[in-house]
Design a protein around this ligand. Structure first.
Ligand SMILES: C[S@@+](CC[C@H](N)C(=O)[O-])C[C@H]1O[C@@H](n2cnc3c(N)ncnc32)[C@H](O)[C@@H]1O
Length: 428
């Protein structure tokens, strides 16, 4: 599953102590809003309640999962008045497992909720808010899209079992399959289920377009036909083969990664003579797939394993080079040493977004276009604002891409142009 962002520890007043509700208690409630975690929101006697498995406008019976000083966490156990967007969840573990927030929401409405989430973040900044966020680009696969499963191994009575841990209750849940996973991940899960004694975690990564697989950690499983502890696996994207080390990042939805590459190329309207920096380049997916359409690509990445993969993945491509290091350091060094003119900067930072020095360096390098790929809308909007607030860049397009169907998570691509330039690069 996508990495969970831990909620910050709450240190304010007790907002729920006056409410007589404890774990296991059931209560009827009308759902009002939806929060950034994808839960429905409501209040009981002024106490905030966050409910998984609901939709605004519904009346439900909910069961308390846990009480916190700042909120009561609950889940829907019966729907009395359903919203029109409600559908039957396909997964038997929905709500017992907390990995999917929106299996009960029609796919079309999931896409709208994701668009709205990105727009809410954009609207927080005056210089960005004139932009109307595009419709979310849908995923061809709504289930079986994940090429990477991270599982927990049970303890005590559940020792050796493979499953997930519920984010609210922290209870272990044994699973026979996860509907988000590529079929071959579930097949492997079936083989190792109940045999994982002595382990705490397991990761299975597969190439959706290859027959390559990587199971970690290394284990001794004679007779099962499961190879574990390999150091790399391979995936194919838009006809190019990528080696990925166990410690290197790779997008979990290969189909949507291909779509994202197409969108990036389309939005940049490349003419063939651009010098492009691909910052946070991972194993080089964007760099390699953009290289045929530009003059030169320089990839920057801090992970040594990913850089090693990227160099291998670009073998035979003469106009791509890679720099190992932090983007914030590499960009300021490029600036200070007069590395040369840059036409396009592509930023694909981790969930926390860019180091504050990165927008500053970009503004001094003055590429005609900046393209940001982001998996966290709040960090994305913050970084876009740093590029646009003083008028150096103008936000032109924000396009969410659904990398993570059935969940609240959303990826988005944003295009900025240097003020005084049009999207096609000509001066105004
Ligand atoms: C969201 S991933 C994007 C990877 C790649 N663009 C792709 O699509 O496969 C972010 C990448 O940034 C790298 N990273 C994180 N912080 C970094 C930093 N300060 N400088 C350079 N790379 C960083 C991570 O190792 C990871 O490979």
């Amino acid at each position: 599953m996508a990495k969970r962002k831990r909620r910050l520890r709450y240190s304010g007043p007790d907002l729920t102590g006056h409410v007589e509700l404890n774990p296991g208690d059931k209560f009827e409630i009308s759902l009002v809003g939806i929060n950034d975690a994808g839960e429905s929101t409501a209040e009981i006697d002024g106490a905030p309640v966050e409910i998984t498995g609901g939709l605004p406008g519904e009346v439900v019976i909910a069961e308390v999962q846990k009480r916190f000083p700042e909120r009561i966490a609950a889940r829907v156990v019966q729907v009395l008045e359903p919203a029109p967007e409600r559908v039957e969840p396909e997964c038997r573990y929905f709500l017992a497992c907390s990995g999917c927030q929106w299996q009960h929401v029609s796919y079309g409405h999931q896409l709208e909720l994701k668009r709205d989430r990105v727009q809410r973040e954009i609207d927080k900044y005056k210089c960005l808010s004139p932009v109307k966020v595009d419709r979310t680009v849908e995923s061809a696969k709504r289930l079986e899209y994940r090429n990477h499963g991270r599982f927990t191994i049970g303890k005590r009575d559940s020792a050796g079992q493979v499953g997930y841990v519920n984010a609210v209750t922290r209870q272990f849940l044994r699973i026979e399959e996860c509907l988000l996973m590529d079929k071959s991940i579930n097949e492997t899960l079936g083989l190792v289920q109940d045999r994982m004694h002595g382990q705490t975690q397991m990761s299975i990564r597969v190439g959706s377009n290859t027959d390559s697989m990587l199971v970690q950690p290394r284990m001794n499983m004679p007779g099962l036909g499961v190879v574990t502890g390999e150091q790399h696996y391979e995936e194919e994207v838009r006809g190019s083969r990528f080696r990925v080390a166990a410690s290197s990042f790779f997008q979990v939805n290969t189909g949507q990664l291909s779509r994202a590459v197409d969108e990036v190329r389309e939005l940049l309207e490349l003419s063939g003579d651009e010098v492009v920096i691909d910052a946070y380049c991972g194993v080089g997916v964007f760099a390699v797939l953009i290289a045929p359409y530009v003059e030169r690509v320089i990839g920057i990445e801090e992970s040594a394993s990913a850089i090693e993969d990227a160099k291998l993945n670009s073998r035979g491509i003469s106009n791509v080079e890679f720099v190992e290091g932090k983007t914030e350091d590499a960009l300021s060094e490029w600036r200070n040493t007069g590395g040369g003119d840059i036409d396009v900067v592509l930023l694909d930072p981790p969930r926390v977004g860019c180091h504050p020095d990165v927008p500053e360096s970009v503004k001094q390098l003055r590429p005609r276009k900046v393209l940001m790929v982001s998996c966290e809308p709040a960090a994305m909007a913050r970084d876009l604002n740093l590029l646009c607030a003083d008028g150096t860049y103008k936000l032109e397009i924000v396009r969410p891409i659904d990398m993570f169907p059935q969940t609240r998570h959303v990826e988005a691509i944003s295009l900025l142009t240097l003020e005084g330039q049009t999207v096609d690069g000509s001066g105004r």
